[in-house]
Design a protein around this ligand. Structure first.
Ligand code: ZN
Length: 280
């Protein structure tokens, strides 16, 4: 039997967001069993970290209620789910989660620094009753029942990234070592376009991997850093299920939009073909 967890103490981050460049303050506070992962924005609104609250998925996942919204939640949510934190209140002032180094490493390190407390209630798991397939053009996501949470990610980008395949069983240990340190990435020729559209205002070579025609402009942290970052993003989006995913996800070229569509539909299935269980 696995038990629910929370943080032993609060963790805090302050800094600029990748897309808006605006500074935000974030505190992640311990929470009791059954609370789940929840957001509180600007001392005004509070809501669960669930797909129903996703407002936008263009390049980053944006959640909120009405005028209160926060962008780029996926890396922080990824670290919480990846490190095995079931319950926490994410208190945000400002419109975007700080980008840190473009990966989930700062969040995972902060979680490790305070430690994880085990609570006295069984972990709530989400187990699909059957295999489901989601498609969007040439992107595909297959979600199948499994004994643990495993992600198989296949990407196929224009040169110099090319095709990459990475398979990770998302245990806290594997997440910290093989997923969390991998940074967001883009192409040199895209950067100008992003700035024109008002995105990536906070992007620098310090918080993103930029690929020029001949390769990355700075050393990679792993040969398959782009595919591993896509796993990081997927784990963050699957945190929006609202329960610990016990499933295998086969992802082909998928991104935030398809992840969020799938998670929203899978949440709708909860009463019918899938089961949320509090047993081991
Ligand atoms: Zn990302």
């Amino acid at each position: 039997m696995q038990y629910q967890t929370t943080l032993r103490d609060a963790i805090a981050f302050e800094g600029a967001g990748l897309h808006t460049g605006v500074t935000a303050r974030v505190r992640v506070l311990p929470a009791p069993a059954g609370h789940g992962l929840r957001f509180r924005l600007d001392d005004s609104v509070e809501f669960p970290a669930r797909a129903d609250y996703v407002l936008d998925t263009v390049r980053a996942t944006v959640v909120g209620v009405g005028a209160h919204r926060v962008s780029t939640v996926e890396h922080l949510l990824s670290a919480l789910l990846g490190c095995g934190v079931d319950n926490a209140l994410i208190d945000v002032h400002g419109g975007e989660i700080p980008v840190e180094d473009g990966s989930a490493k700062a969040f995972a390190d902060a979680i490790d620094a305070v430690g994880i407390a085990t609570l006295h209630e069984a972990r709530v798991r989400w187990i699909p009753a059957e295999t489901r397939v989601f498609r969007d053009g040439d992107k595909m996501l297959i979600v199948a029942p499994a004994s643990s949470f495993r992600v198989r990610m296949m990407v196929d980008y224009p040169p110099p990234i090319g095709a990459q395949y990475v398979d990770v069983e998302i245990t806290p240990e594997a997440y910290r070592a093989e997923v969390a340190p991998n940074r967001t990435f883009g192409y040199q020729h895209e950067v100008e376009g992003l700035l024109k559209r008002g995105l990536a205002q906070g992007g620098t070579l310090e918080n993103a991997v930029v690929f020029g025609p001949d390769g990355p402009l700075a050393p990679l942290r792993s040969e398959s850093e782009p595919a591993r970052h896509k796993i990081l993003d997927l784990v963050g989006d699957f945190a929006l299920l609202g329960a610990y995913p016990q499933c295998e996800v086969i992802a082909i070229k998928s991104g935030h939009k398809l992840h969020c569509t799938a998670v929203r539909e899978l949440r709708h299935d909860l009463g019918e073909s899938a089961a949320v269980t509090a047993t081991s």
